[in-house]
Design a protein around this ligand. Sequence first.
Ligand code: NCD
Ligand code: ZN
Ligand code: ZN
Length: 372
Amino acid sequence: MDFKESPQATLFYLHMLKLPGLIDPHVHLREPGAIHKEDWDSGTCAALAGGFTMLLAMPNTQPPILDGASLELALLAARGKARCDYAQFVGAGAGNADAAARLAPKAATLKMYLDQTYGELRLDDMSLWHAHFEMYPREFPIVVHAEGRNMAAAILFAAIYDRPVHVAHISLKEEILLIKAARQHGIKITCEVTPHHLFLTTPFPVLGEKEAGRTSRRMEVRPRLATQMDVDALWNNLDVIDCFATDHAPHTLAEKDSTNPPPGFPGLETALPLLLTAVDRRRLTVDDLIQKMVVNPRRIFGLPEQSETWIEIDEDAKYTIKAADLFTRCGWTPFEGWPVRGRLRRVVLRGVTAFEDGKILVKKGFGRNVRG
Ligand code: NCD
Ligand code: ZN
Ligand code: ZN
């Protein structure tokens, strides 16, 4: 099956669903610097087990990816360990607009952190945004972590510099409505939504936490989980959502249960079953999945097509999400105990079976840098 002309789902024997390999444009792999949470090996195993054949890795590592040397550090680890295809983001810092722009051909694209979140990358002072908007090559979108009114400010910059901006993990009604309006005015804005912002609201007790005598630490995530009204607004404006991105942000259970828990949820292995279950409940269509998890991320980020690459799903298989079954190193999931329908059976990446019935079948280093 060739997805070149028009990517589409193919039904073949007994409710097996065949889709193109999924692309996740927002993943934290924690290497370099925090490989007790995840590394390029465990993270790309989790990706394949979740149906993703390509991912874009975020730059808020230790050290953060801000220049040629740190980019090389991340790509060296990736070359040795990645099992699916990838590209690495470069981060926007106070004085690296020039260097970042020069790295553009080797990077996924530029990431700007405009709010407080995990890691040290952050640009509070708006006067620091100009150089990046001016210098980063316009064929790539600048990705922003910008919530609420900071998102409005980022949209103003997109308008002033007439360049594409992709808003990471939107979560609020006011955000999706503003993006819709900005787009109607011709501003080049795209956006992504995570499964946790589509399926969870606050306050949200994670299974196991109550038993541990706590109710709020594990649910720390940026942007915070929102209200039912916000979640409804996302579902009611699905056409405004360009991509589903996991924002896979693994932190260990011990870290999450500590007095100062870092924000973030793992998500690579739960996104597809959760979304397939929503398809089963007629909340979205298989074509929505293909558009938002393959076609749009590829177009927005200018990613190459992966030849002979697809995934096979048993649409009828029902199971319960359990952290114990996951490849991520962090050891937990906010979706523990959730019943889902639709199980990934097989992943074929560039003609090679990379995952089948719960097993990873390709070696470390099989993954390719799509900006290599
Ligand atoms: C992310 C992380 O842990 O790196 N955390 C999160 O809560 N989403 C950072 C981010 O994506 O903002
Ligand atoms: Zn973020
Ligand atoms: Zn993130």
